[in-house]
Design a protein around this ligand. Sequence first.
Ligand code: ZN
Length: 191
Amino acid sequence: MVPDLLERLRQTGAVLDGHFALSSGLHSPGYVQCARLLQFPSDAEVCGAALAGLFRTGQPEAVLSPALGGIVIGHEVARALGVRALFAERQNGVLTLRRGFELVRGERVLVVEDVVTTGGSTRETIAVARNAGASVVGAGAIIDRSDGRNGLDVPFRALTTMALVTHRPEDCPLCASGLPVIKPGSRVKPA
Ligand code: ZN
């Protein structure tokens, strides 16, 4: 585990408190953008090593992450495990292995994400690996916001869990209090 992870997430602005409009249209008192933590290579390295330690017994032979959010942490997990780091990216809306990335039939793959909320992109990434003939040994994330409702059928572990509080704009107590709502520039989890 990473002892100061929550503190670092706040220090780097990866976790913010306030009043945010999510891409889903819901409002939330919290905002998570892991890229703000992962811009610091030493933090990325520490998180990668910690996640790798949770999955070493599964003997992964490659790490597969969804672009873009999973690439940096996937790379660091792969570095710690001493295996390849691949990523899947969207082509016409569908996650796909491009750039000549290949998985060998039966290869043991660990799927790594930055944040799991609905589990949608993680499930999609697992499907990419299985469609390539690989065997998915687990899924890991820095932050689990799924509250157990991620629908994953592989062992899933995260470095920390964080509740996801959302309100419909019409019922939002933050709106009622008159606090201005912030719409973050990039897509915010949950998708
Ligand atoms: Zn609101």
